[in-house]
Write a protein that binds this ligand. Structure first.
Ligand code: FAD
Length: 542
């Protein structure tokens, strides 16, 4: 990665005393906000706590391998009129390329029964109906698709309301599409139970719940509908890996006179007379700005980054701090001394459900005791998705396996030093890693004996590197109650303090990208999406 794109705070870089905007955290929400504002002439300072920029889009390298942390696939990249594509083209100046994962993007395995998710609505439906050929099941599949389209149609108004001034939102509410709010209050399970009695079909339809982290009986149907539709036109992977997201967005921020700092933890947001004025860094230095944007998540921002005086301004503080967090996770990062081609690795992600059709029961059972079977094992094959992988790592490939984990299982080691957490921690990790590997060998047996290295991350790793308090995988949990919280929006009660990132929209690369658009729209009081469209038309005509 070119070190011209960021500077290390520890090496005492030259920093101005004042910026137009300071963004806390370098996750995609912050990067997108910063890039849009930079294009409008703002000088933005990004302060990132971690020593690698990008938030969950950062990659890490070890023993000559490289792994993505929080990106395995993104949807909606080749649909005409796709907002995700338009926004990525805008903030990266068209420099980020996406590789198509092909006809099958997700492979669902329930016990040993395999169901492929095919790219494109027509193919997806046809194949699903071939797996479930009865008339009742076909009707349920049609109804399901109809519902996910209806919900997503309503999403536009729901998100537009997040940037409207209060009086306008009240005036506009009766005229807006309310399907989203209606389904936001229902769980995925409630909706699926209404359309089908077939447990196997319902288990297959809800198999992507790991993408948003909340099982069917607890997740709002709108997050399920958003994820299902997002991927229905196929899965895409950034050419060069997920670090290319930062690499292609950062130049727009730097070229406008901005600075991106790593190893730069913000201790407190400076608020004077109810107005955000800058940040106090962990080392005591203050940096001033006209606007502060926090992309560090709702819990971190409201719990740790405001003084007790400033917290008094946040009327919903207790409610916000009590919003449930998503679960933690284990990630197993695997390196192999063969190419993806040599090992015949697939591009599709595997969603393995070893316990059968009841995802909720399987999760509950496992959360009671990690010795019980994993509720879901997700396997991703980045080396086969990234067409440039072997240019950078000749003769090698990588695999990533993810499952759920509780922070509490690892809490006793939270204050130990990374890499030196002690034997008991390493033994527990090894035991869990070995169990995860057996699931991989079952479906890709040629890999047995080919693994060169592997390393397991736990929720305390996530806390250490990405600063999520309970090592949560996706920030706030996606339960119905979350979608009723009108304060989950860019504007805060503190003047000139804004929020961005997954917590104010939803989890995901698309969610974080949209959060950046909403935050920039809120700050500039401009419809940024219209501007992006105009810009695209101009570029096409020139
Ligand atoms: C294992 C995993 C797999 C995923 N897979 C996918 C996928 O395949 N597809 C998909 O669409 N999405 C996926 N996601 C979700 C996606 O990565 C996230 O939703 C998204 O990247 C979150 O972006 P964000 O803007 O909210 O910021 P984050 O990425 O959460 O970044 C926040 C940043 O703020 C920094 N920070 C916090 N506190 C401070 C402070 N005090 N001072 C300075 N900096 C601070 C943190 O260090 C962090 O870098 C995955 C996530 C995980 C964890």
């Amino acid at each position: 990665m070119s070190n011209k794109l960021f500077q290390s705070y520890k090496q005492k870089p030259i920093i101005d005393e004042h910026y137009d905007v300071i963004c806390i955290g370098s996750g995609l929400g912050s990067l997108c906000t910063a890039s849009i504002l930079a294009r409008r002439g703002k000088r933005v300072l990004i302060c990132e706590k971690h020593t690698t920029p990008g938030g969950f889009t950062h990659v890490f390298t070890r023993n000559d391998y490289e792994w993505d942390v929080g990106l395995h696939y993104v949807g909606d990249m080749d649909r005409k009129g796709s907002l995700v594509r338009l926004a990525f083209e805008h903030v990266t100046d068209g420099n980020l390329k996406w590789a198509d994962m092909g006809e099958v993007y997700d492979k669902v395995i329930i016990e040993d029964r395999v169901y492929d998710y095919h790219k494109g609505l027509k193919a997806w439906k046809e194949n699903m109906k071939a797996y479930f050929p009865t008339e009742n099941d076909a009707r349920a599949i049609d109804k399901y698709v109809e519902l996910i389209f209806a919900v997503n149609k309503g999403a536009k108004d729901f998100y537009a309301k997040k940037v409207m001034p209060d009086f306008l939102r009240m005036l506009a509410s009766p005229f807006m599409n309310n399907d989203y709010s209606k389904y936001a209050h229902q769980t995925t399970k409630q909706v699926l139970d209404e359309i089908s009695d077939n447990d196997e079909l319902k288990a297959v339809l809800s198999a992507q719940f790991g993408d948003y982290g909340t099982p069917p009986s607890k997740s709002s149907f709108v997050i399920h509908a958003a994820v299902a539709l997002h991927y229905m036109n196929g899965g895409f992977y950034p050419v060069g890996g997920s670090e290319e997201i930062f690499n292609t967005i950062a130049p727009s921020i730097i070229n406008a006179g901005g600075t991106i700092l790593i190893g730069a933890a913000v201790k407190e947001i400076i608020v004077e007379n109810g107005v955000a004025k800058g940040v106090l860094m962990q080392d005591g230095k203050t940096i001033k700005s006209d606007i502060v944007v926090s992309g560090a998540g709702v819990h971190i921002t409201y719990k740790h980054l405001l003084s007790s005086e400033s917290k008094k301004k946040i009327k919903y503080l207790d409610d916000a701090l009590n919003l449930p967090s998503s679960y933690g996770h284990l990630s197993l990062y695997i390196g192999l001394k063969n190419t993806a081609d040599e090992l015949n690795l697939p591009k599709a992600n595997y969603w393995i459900y070893p316990n059968g059709t009841d995802h909720d029961k399987a999760l509950e059972n496992y959360l009671q005791d990690y010795n019980n079977e994993f509720p879901v094992v997700y396997i991703s094959f980045p080396a086969s998705k990234n067409p440039n992988f072997t240019d950078k790592y000749p003769g090698r490939s990588t695999i990533e396996i993810i499952t759920v984990a509780k922070y509490d299982w690892f809490k006793e080691w939270e204050n130990t030093r990374w890499k030196k957490r002690g034997e008991a921690y390493d033994v527990l990790k090894e035991k869990l890693a070995k169990r995860l590997l057996e699931h991989l060998y079952k479906y890709e047996p040629q890999i047995r004996g080919k693994i060169d290295t592997y390393e397991l991350s736990t929720p305390i790793t996530t806390k250490h590197f990405c600063n999520y308090l309970q090592g949560e995988i996706y920030g706030l949990d996606h339960q119905p109650s979350r979608f009723a919280k009108e304060y989950l929006k860019p504007q805060t009660p503190i003047k000139n303090l804004y929020l961005t990132g997954q917590d104010i929209v939803t989890v995901g690369i698309a969610g974080a990208l949209l959060s950046g658009i909403l935050t920039a729209s809120s700050i500039t009081k401009t419809n940024i999406i219209n501007e992006m469209i105009k810009q695209k038309i101009q570029n096409n005509n020139s």
